[in-house]
Ligand binder design. Structure first.
Ligand SMILES: [Fe+2]
Length: 316
């Protein structure tokens, strides 16, 4: 496999697991195309054409120094200059794969957040409310990531000749779908039962060893779950704090999230919504593992670093 093959596979698997469905993702891309066609020629010139093809602009190929056959990859949740140096020091790494966005992926993180409005509407929040609250939050995040030193790791990769790509929302989609299927199959009745269910997964077992296993941030183990929303696993980063009241009105009783801010937690509590925190690095690892399994099947060797706990589900 070449780097672009891995990127294509990541996008393709991300679409398959996307809560919007294939049609929903296509609609998102079609809207981009319509927007592009309305631009003036000079504006079209400035437009990043990859946006018309890639529904996950927080992910992609960030540096190609040697477009070789990829046999060994170094995979981490946060790839910073230190991890690029590590790849260089190890010396036998064909490609570094990051989970959290790098370079222009980080600059365009807010673009993937539109999917949250669709996910919320699937759980019963009227789309007009979800869209209007997300619109405010999306522009907040876009401004928030604007000042970051986006290219730091990418520059390091370029100078040292290390190939670099990232898969953020595609693998978060894989984790979200996996957890949604699990909850729908096993139908936990109490918040405590959700925690027990999560603790069966090796990524969360690994996290428990260092004290960051699944936790209840709002509610009690004996609370009944009501309608469970797996709405805070994918979609870039945390959504609007004002959403919980609307989710509560839409009949959502429990939210499974990767992580949450104190402000979000308080709003959820005020809206009587139980919050189960699955865990951040562990949930990111779950999604990355599902993509890495597809690479392993192609004979690619995977070396884990930077918070990524590798667990293979190939042949299981
Ligand atoms: Fe993350």
């Amino acid at each position: 496999m070449k780097i672009q093959d891995i990127q294509n596979l990541s996008v393709q698997m991300g679409i398959q697991a996307d809560f919007r469905g294939k049609d929903g993702v296509q609609r998102f891309l079609d809207n981009k195309k319509k927007k592009f066609q309305r631009l003036s020629l000079s504006e079209q010139d400035e437009f990043d054409k990859e946006e018309l093809e890639n529904p996950y602009m927080d992910s992609g190929v960030f540096n190609v120094s040697d477009d070789k056959e990829i046999k060994r990859v170094l995979v981490g949740i946060d790839i910073e200059p230190a991890e690029i140096l590590l790849a260089d020091k190890l010396g036998n790494i064909d490609l570094v794969i990051a989970h959290h966005p790098e370079g222009r992926g980080l600059a365009q993180l807010a673009d993937v957040m539109h999917l949250q409005a669709d996910v919320l509407s699937q759980y019963g929040v009227p789309i007009n409310i979800a869209e209007s609250l997300m619109k405010v939050r999306i522009s907040e995040v876009a401004r928030g990531v604007n000042a970051i030193n986006h290219q730091r790791s990418v520059d390091m990769a370029r100078i040292l000749g290390v190939n670099l790509m990232g898969s953020h929302t595609p693998t978060d989609n894989l984790a979200a779908k996996f957890l949604k299927n699990l909850v729908e199959e096993r139908k936990p009745e109490t918040v405590g039962e959700i925690i027990s269910l999560l603790k069966e997964l090796p990524e969360y077992q690994e996290a428990m060893k260092i004290g960051v296993g699944p936790k209840i941030f709002v509610g009690n183990p004996e609370n009944r779950v009501g309608k469970i929303a797996v709405s805070e696993i994918t979609g870039g980063t945390e959504g609007s704090t004002k959403m919980y009241e609307k989710m509560s009105q839409a009949g959502i009783g429990t939210v499974i999230a990767m992580h949450t801010s104190e402000e979000h937690r308080k709003e959820a509590e005020a809206a009587h919504i139980n919050i189960v925190i699955a865990g951040h690095m562990s949930s990111d690892s779950l999604g990355m593992n599902l993509l890495m399994d597809a690479l392993e099947k192609q004979g690619v060797e995977i070396i884990a670093c930077s918070g990524f706990t590798r667990f293979s589900r190939v042949n299981k």
